[in-house]
Write a protein that binds this ligand. Structure first.
Ligand SMILES: Cc1ncc(COP(=O)(O)O)c(C=O)c1O
Length: 385
């Protein structure tokens, strides 16, 4: 291959290969148990894959309509109203995307301009900031303090100004496993009253919430919903992260702008998967059973490591467990995570990567979307550290 000799002015100079790819690759070469990246080590329902292959075999192999199959959008509208009372019109207010990632990128691309400010709470899922950087806007970070990682709304009030275009929230939260309460949502709603600030609400773990708590979707709060994009992911709900299908909900005026960008950065997404989900959603209640399914895994994992030398963070939602290793080692979290992968054969994610200024709280994130046997094996290793 000839060498590219002109100079490249990177638009994302801070970005390298994500830690998720790095840790998964290290886990593979070290033959370590991989609790790093957030995906299940078990398969999705065979009924869902049959519907996918049925769709392909019956010729559903051409472009879907730009906003997605209407049958799937109708299912989403019905589910959203049943669970959260929010009414979204399938024709104008729901778009199917290539995972939540594309929905997040597109919402930012379509509505945030150069020099605007976007408030994000760190630790934060890693795709928010590059999207903000790419549109030439500025991320304003509010650091959440462990072990509770709660939002201090007074602090938020202090950072918002005429320049603030958007606030990104994420509940249940990756990587901390915290959830936002109805009071949090009401405070946000009050804070944004009489402003032009938009909200991007990342709710990909909406169905993975424990101990009897209800997910406080923005869709439950009409005054907040009228300025918000809500994104979710079928990958997380149906154990199909590789299908990369998600969706975005927003009031028609916002969705109109979203679709202007969507039609040119992807146009439409994988038709057979959309058809499979739409038929599956019509008959399955899997999303309602997910709480119990994952609460069992969370409890199994936590119970089996409770006498280890790690300190366990609370996990109210999502499929992540934070473990504080400050009583075990003074190494920085990246070094420690790499050492655990190489020496103890267990891979995790160091949480410093979820901050912009690499805050090292000596905390690792473990994903418990794994078979029970994997979790027990992981526990045995963790107890030996
Ligand atoms: C908080 C959060 N948002 C968005 C995503 C991306 O979801 P998708 O795989 O549907 O693009 C993830 C995936 O890990 C996530 O954890």
């Amino acid at each position: 291959m000839p060498k590219f000799s002109a100079s490249i002015k990177s638009k994302l100079p801070k970005v390298g290969t994500t830690i998720f790819s790095k840790m998964s690759a290290l886990a593979a070469t070290e033959k370590a148990l991989n609790l790093s990246q957030g995906f299940p080590d078990f398969d999705c329902s065979p009924a869902l894959t049959s519907l996918g292959t049925k769709a392909m075999n019956s010729g559903m192999n051409q472009y879907a309509p730009m906003p997605g199959l209407i049958s799937l959008r109708e299912q989403i509208a019905q589910k959203t109203e049943e669970l959260y009372t929010g009414v979204y019109h399938p024709e104008t207010e729901i778009t199917i995307t290539a995972g939540a990632t594309q929905a997040i990128f597109t919402a930012i691309l379509a509505t945030v301009a150069e020099n605007d400010e976007v408030v994000i709470f760190t630790p934060a899922y890693d795709c928010y900031e590059p999207a903000i950087d790419l549109v030439g806007a500025k991320a304003i970070h509010i650091e959440l303090q462990g072990p509770e990682y709660r939002i201090d709304w007074e602090q938020v009030k202090k950072v918002i100004s005429q320049r603030t275009r958007m606030i990104i929230i994420n509940t249940p939260h990756n990587p901390t496993g915290t959830i936002m309460s109805a009071q949090d949502m009401q405070k946000l709603e009050k804070l944004l009253h009489n402003t032009d600030i938009l909200v991007l609400s990342d709710e990909v773990y909406e169905h993975i919430i424990f101990d009897g708590y209800d997910h406080q979707s923005v869709a439950r709060f009409p005054k907040l919903a009228e300025r918000s994009f809500i994104v979710s992911s079928f990958g997380k709900t149906y154990h199909t992260t590789g299908w990369k299908i998600g969706y975005c909900l927003a009031p028609a005026e916002l969705m109109k702008e979203f679709r202007k960008a969507h039609q040119y950065n992807v146009f439409s997404v994988h038709t057979p998967s959309q058809q499979a989900y739409s038929e599956y959603l019509a008959t399955s209640n899997d999303h309602l059973e997910l709480k119990e399914f994952y609460q069992h895994k969370r409890d199994l994992f936590r119970d089996s490591i409770k006498s280890s030398r790690f300190q366990l963070g609370e996990t109210a939602g999502s499929y992540f467990q934070l473990l504080d290793y400050s009583k075990i080692s003074e190494e920085d979290d990246i070094t420690f995570a790499e050492r655990l992968t190489k020496e103890f054969k267990i891979a995790s994610i160091p949480t410093s990567v979820f901050y912009s200024r690499k805050v090292d709280e000596k905390v690792l994130r473990f994903c418990f979307a794994k078979k029970d046997e994997t979790l027990l094996q992981a526990a045995e290793i963790i107890n030996s550290i």
